[in-house]
Design a protein around this ligand. Structure first.
Ligand code: PMP
Length: 357
């Protein structure tokens, strides 16, 4: 095996109900930023209608989905590349741009797939710490770019802290990035943003050939189990992403479901609005309990529990709520259905009262 793999722990998924050993009763999984709603109207019908065709390969080009996305976003079809979730597209991006000796730059802590996938292609991760407010430090990131930098990830909103960078600071940062360095705006959670100064990557990329926007059907559109995501970028970048894609990676079910999900835009927005309301309710309640909560613009909240992280995660699990713990740093709690959020708030309040004096 390649020595590069020795230092890789592999992608760690959020704790599952089965792994928690919970028996009976209700256990809520708030550990993977999933959408708690069932499939959007029309999605199951459309996806299952193609079930009789599973003896055939799916459309390699994802033609209908790409066409629908181009209309939905107002971009040329040649600027779209699909993949098996946006994590699949992230892998395609790294394979297209980075090799041993190259550097891939991102904030830390951010999406945990970045260092893993960077290592797999043999490139070096350069991690720039978030500010004390848990926000990308774009000035420090610009200063960290070297001649070896090939790719920069800006996770906006950031997983796991939920924070955003705003339009003016992003534009200032992009002005400092050399034109031959690709900047990836990972917008997996964009539909949950309500901030008027948030930079929509689709507007940003139009005038910047070295910007690539990453989106997914896994979060707002509720298709995490089908694995479909996409990039929007100028032609040389999009073409490279099509070359590094796993052939036929996006199944017919995924393509059909994604098309139907796009057509259910109204219901999608209603559900997202409900989750945003819950996010704001949970954030306010945590603040009321005495926690410091970074303002979240995504479908999860972050608590910097530091050395109490494992104990806090266990306290939540004891209440039947699985959260995502980053040892020694903090806990990310996805926004779920109201009863799940209430159960979490109950655990958080008790923990705070017992441990913080
Ligand atoms: N980017 C970010 C920032 C994420 O949090 C996630 C999901 N955890 C992804 C990309 C990947 O999502 P998917 O592969 O399901 O599209």
């Amino acid at each position: 095996m390649r020595p590069a793999l020795e230092s890789i722990r592999g992608y760690r998924p959020g704790r599952s109900v089965a792994a928690s050993g919970a028996q009976g009763g209700s256990v809520y999984k708030l550990s993977s930023n999933e959408n708690p709603f069932p499939p959007l109207p029309g999605v199951l019908e459309r996806a299952l209608a193609g079930a009789g065709g599973i003896n055939r390969y799916p459309d390699l080009a994802c033609g209908e989905l790409v066409h629908e996305l181009a209309e939905y976003l107002g971009v040329p079809t040649s600027h779209i590349a699909t993949g098996t979730g946006s994590v699949g597209v992230t892998q395609q991006l790294l394979q297209a741009t980075a090799e041993p000796g190259d550097e891939v730059l991102f904030a830390w802590r951010s999406f945990e797939a970045y260092p893993v996938l960077t290592r797999i292609v043999g490139a070096d991760s350069v991690r720039v710490p978030l500010t004390t407010g848990a926000v990308h430090d774009l000035d420090a990131m610009a200063s960290a770019i070297t001649e070896r930098t090939r790719l920069v990830f800006v996770c906006n909103p950031n997983n796991p802290t939920g924070t955003i960078v705003r339009r003016a600071e992003l534009e200032r940062f992009l002005d400092r990035v050399p034109p031959d360095v690709l900047v990836v705006l990972d917008e997996a959670y964009i539909e949950f943003v309500r901030d008027g100064d948030f930079p929509d990557g689709i507007e940003v990329y139009r005038s910047r050939p070295n910007v690539c926007v990453l989106r997914t059907f896994s979060k707002a559109f509720g298709l995490a189990g089908l694995r479909v995501g996409f990039a929007v970028a100028h032609e040389p970048v999009a073409a490279a992403l099509r070359k590094t894609a796993v052939p036929f990676g996006v199944s017919r079910f995924a393509q059909d479901a994604a098309v139907a999900a796009l057509q259910a835009d109204g219901p999608m927005r209603e559900r997202v609005a409900a989750l945003v309301a819950e996010r704001d309710r949970v954030s306010a309640a945590l603040t009321e309990q005495g926690w410091a909560v970074p303002p979240s613009h995504a479908n999860f909240v972050w608590l910097a529990t530091r050395e109490r992280t494992a104990a806090f995660a266990q306290a939540c699990e004891d209440e039947g709520v699985l959260v995502r713990a980053f040892d020694g740093e903090g806990v990310r709690i996805s926004i779920g259905e109201r009863t799940a959020n209430d159960r979490f708030l109950f655990a958080a309040e008790r923990f705070h009262k017992e441990t913080v004096r």
